[in-house]
Design a protein around this ligand. Structure first.
Ligand SMILES: *Cc1c(COP(=O)(O)O)cnc(C)c1O
Length: 226
């Protein structure tokens, strides 16, 4: 698809200079990633462990991989050797396991805490209280191999722009609270990952620093019993 590079450029033109674009390439072939890569793009997001691992092995090593899907603790070991950022930390146990595996590989992995901000019950993520409970406990402060860089969330899949705006505002308020209470001295705690194909302009308006965009770059995905 020749449009891929043009799509990225069109999206970039709408984004403020500080906002990072993660191109979500899940279920898309390596050729599509290479098209974007040859157009100069380097940061890609994937949802499935097996798929990101295979793509990592086949593709250029200067690609920056973000894992954005639900991650089971027993699969952390497959992605920790190469992934730059895990955006979908949704339990204390998962954060602990990423730290443990990253230590084995002598790495520090950037992580975002995923919050449940949508109305749908199917989306993963911490509630504010669960995150506060984790951060109030002493364990995470010992983790030398993860760096908590901010928050991530997905809005409800709806045409109701006010609802989406409200949900992004909620995520931003969680970010601000965590920043003030736990990360005031941590200059790296600065990321708010929100905004996808249908809502990235609203997300940007509400303070997003990372948008994760798939279909608007690579076209619609076909889900074959995944
Ligand atoms: C698939 C996915 C995206 C990209 O979705 P589009 O609507 O295709 O832009 C972003 N974030 C997460 C967590 C995803 O699973």
């Amino acid at each position: 698809m020749d449009n891929i590079v043009a799509n990225i450029e069109a999206i970039r033109a709408q984004l403020n200079s500080g906002v990072q674009l993660v191109a979500v390439s899940k279920l898309k072939p390596c050729e599509d990633i290479m098209t974007a890569y040859n157009g100069g793009h380097r940061v890609f997001g994937e949802n499935y462990v097996q798929e990101i691992k295979e793509k990592y092995e086949q593709l250029p090593k200067d690609i920056v991989w973000h894992f954005i899907g639900h991650l089971q603790t027993n699969k952390v070991k497959y992605i920790v050797p190469f992934v730059s950022c895990i955006q979908s930390i949704d339990t204390p146990k998962l954060l602990s396991e990423v730290n443990r595996m990253a230590q084995k590989h002598n790495r520090v992995v950037d992580c975002l805490l995923q919050f449940h901000i949508a109305e749908e019950s199917t989306k993963f993520g911490f509630s504010l209280q669960e995150a506060l409970d984790m951060l109030n406990a002493p364990e995470w402060k010992q983790y030398a191999h993860v760096r908590i860089c901010g928050v991530m969330g997905m809005a409800t899949f709806t045409d109701d722009k006010e609802q989406v705006t409200r949900e992004f505002r909620t995520l931003k308020s969680y970010f601000s609270r965590l920043k003030a209470e736990y990360f005031a001295q941590a200059e790296y705690f600065k990321e708010i990952s929100m905004g996808m194909t249908d809502d990235y302009l609203i997300a940007q308006q509400e303070g997003s620093t990372i948008v994760r965009i798939g279909s608007a770059i690579f076209g619609k995905r076909v889900y074959a019993n995944k």
